[in-house]
Design a protein around this ligand. Sequence first.
Ligand SMILES: C[S@@+](CC[C@H](N)C(=O)[O-])C[C@H]1O[C@@H](n2cnc3c(N)ncnc32)[C@H](O)[C@@H]1O
Length: 235
Amino acid sequence: MPDILTDVTAKYLTSMEPSADTLVEEMESHAAADNIPIASRSVAGLQAILARGTDADRALEFGTAIGYSTLHVARTGTDVVTTEIDSDRIDAAVDYLERDGIDVTVTDDPTTIDTEPTGDGAVFIVEGAALETLPQIDGSFDLVFLDAIKSEYDEYLSGSLPLLRTGGLVVADNLLRGGRVAAAETETTPAPSDSEYGSSVTAIQAFNETFVDHDDLAAIISPQGDGTGIAVKTS
Ligand SMILES: C[S@@+](CC[C@H](N)C(=O)[O-])C[C@H]1O[C@@H](n2cnc3c(N)ncnc32)[C@H](O)[C@@H]1O
C-alpha cells in the first residue's frame, strides 16, 4: 500500500481487505511480478460495490491492463467497455476474463459495440490510445473509471461526462500518487520528480482541483488505495 497513511493504519487496512479467489490472486501475482500497475484490491472492490449498489448496466474504463478492475466490475453483471493500448496486456486480460466465464470482445472500432446492455457482464476491450478511441464510444454509462495516463485524466473526464447518465458515478485512481501530490502542495519548493511518478504529480494536482470543483459533479477524494476520487454526476 502507498505511504499515504501511517504505517499502522495502512497495515491494518491491508489486513482488512476482502479475501480473494485464486484467479484474483493469480492476477495480483502477475501484476506484481511484471510490474504492471493495477488498482488495489480495495479500489477494485469499491468499483464492484458501486456497480452492484447502483445496479449499473454499463461501465466505461480507461486503462484495462490485465483486466483486474474489469473482472471485478463484470462479475457484478455490469458490461464494461474498456480501453487499452498495450496488446500483450489485452491478451492477458482476455485470458483471465474468459477463464472466469466472461464474454470478451476486442475491437479497434468502438462503433461496432452494441450500446444495449447485455445484462451478463460482457467486456468490450477497445484497443488503441484512449483519446483517439473515446470520441467513437457511444451509448449511456452508469460508471466511469479513470485509470490510464494520469496527464490525460482531464480529457477522459470531459470526454466521458456526456456519456455518463445524471446520477452516474466517476471513480478516479491514483489521485494522491503515493503521497506526492499532498507533499507537492505543502512543500515550499516543488517535490522532485522521481522515476515512478514523474510529471504526473503536477497533472494530478490540477486534475484534483477540476474534479472537486466541477459544476456537474459532487466529488470527494478519499485516501483509499493510492487516493481515489469518487463523484456523482449531478447535472
Ligand atoms: C494503471 S493501469 C490500469 C489498471 C486497471 N484499470 C486495473 O485496475 O486493473 C493503466 C493502463 O493504461 C494503459 N495505457 C497507457 N496509455 C494508454 C492510452 N493512451 N490509452 C489507453 N490505455 C493506455 C497502460 O498500458 C496500462 O495498462
